[in-house]
Write a protein that binds this ligand. Structure first.
Ligand code: ATP
Length: 214
C-alpha cells in the first residue's frame, strides 16, 4: 500500500512528520509520498515559492527510507486538486491500494473539496485523529451530513481490510498530535526567535539560507 500526504508545507514541521510516520508503521505502508501543493485551492497563494517548499520537504524526509517526495502538483498548471493527483497516481499504480492521509481538521471540511466524493473511489481515506481529545463519536457530531454518510457507509476498524482493496474505505487512527502549525513556525521566525525543535535542522538551514519568513 502506498500513502499520499498532501499539504502546503509552508514549512513542513514535526507536527506533519511524526503522525505520518506513525500511520506508515500502523498500516503499514510500503511507501509514503509527500505531495506539496503548487496552488492550494483552499487558501491564498503561499508567499514562499513552491520549489522552496518542495526543497524543505525533500530535506525533511531524507533520513526516512519509506518517505518519498512527489512533485506532480508542481508540474501541473492551475489549482492543486487532490482528486487530480489521485487520478494521475492511479494511472501509474493501477492495482496498488492507495491511502490518502488527512488530518481530522481537514477531514471535517472534506465536503468542500473539489469533487470530494470521487476521492474514495481512488484511495482509502486515512483520518489522523488526536488521541483522547474527542472520541470518534464526538467527532461524528461535527461532521457535515454528507461526510457522516460516507463514514457510516465506508469506515472499517481493522487495517488489514484496507490491504485487500485498492480503495473505498475510511480508517480512523489516533496519532501523536504535536501542537505545531506552519503558521506558528512562521510567526516564531518572523519575531526573530528560534524555530529549532519545531522542524528538522535541515529545514531550518533552507529557511536561513533563503531568508524565509522574516
Ligand atoms: P498552516 O499553519 O499554514 O495552516 P499547517 O501546519 O496546518 O499549515 P498544512 O501544510 O496546511 O500545514 O497541512 C497539511 C496537512 O497536515 C493537513 O491535513 C493538516 O491537517 C495536517 N497537519 C498540520 N499540522 C498538523 C499537526 N500538528 N498534527 C497533525 N496533523 C497536522
Amino acid at each position: 500500500m502506498i500513502g499520499i500526504f498532501g499539504g502546503t508545507f509552508n514549512p513542513i514541521h514535526f507536527g506533519h512528520l511524526r503522525p505520518a510516520l506513525e500511520i506508515t508503521e500502523a498500516l503499514p505502508l510500503q511507501e509514503l509520498r509527500w505531495v506539496p501543493s503548487a496552488l492550494p485551492p483552499h487558501r491564498e497563494e503561499p508567499e514562499v515559492d513552491a520549489q522552496l517548499r518542495l526543497q524543505m520537504v525533500k530535506v525533511a524526509v531524507l533520513s526516512e527510507p519509506r518517505f518519498r517526495v512527489d512533485d506532480r502538483e508542481l508540474r501541473r498548471p492551475g489549482p492543486s486538486y487532490t482528486v487530480d493527483t489521485l487520478e494521475s497516481l492511479r494511472q501509474e499504480l493501477a492495482t496498488e491500494p492507495l491511502a490518502l492521509l488527512i488530518g481530522m481538521d481537514a477531514f471535517l471540511g472534506l465536503h468542500t473539496w473539489h469533487q470530494w466524493s470521487r476521492l474514495i473511489e481512488m484511495a482509502h481515506l486515512i483520518v489522523m485523529q488526536r488521541p483522547g481529545v474527542y472520541s470518534t463519536a464526538q467527532y461524528r457530531q461535527k461532521m457535515h451530513p454528507d461526510v457522516k454518510a460516507l463514514v457510516d457507509q465506508h469506515s472499517v476498524t481493522d487495517a488489514r481490510q484496507l490491504h485487500q482493496l485498492k480503495s473505498g474505505k475510511v480508517w480512523f487512527h489516533a496519532v501523536t498530535q504535536l501542537a505545531i502549525s506552519a503558521t506558528g513556525v512562521r510567526r516564531v521566525i518572523k519575531s526573530g526567535h528560534s524555530a529549532r525543535y519545531l522542524t528538522p535542522d535541515r529545514v531550518l538551514e533552507v529557511i536561513e539560507h533563503n531568508r524565509l519568513y522574516r
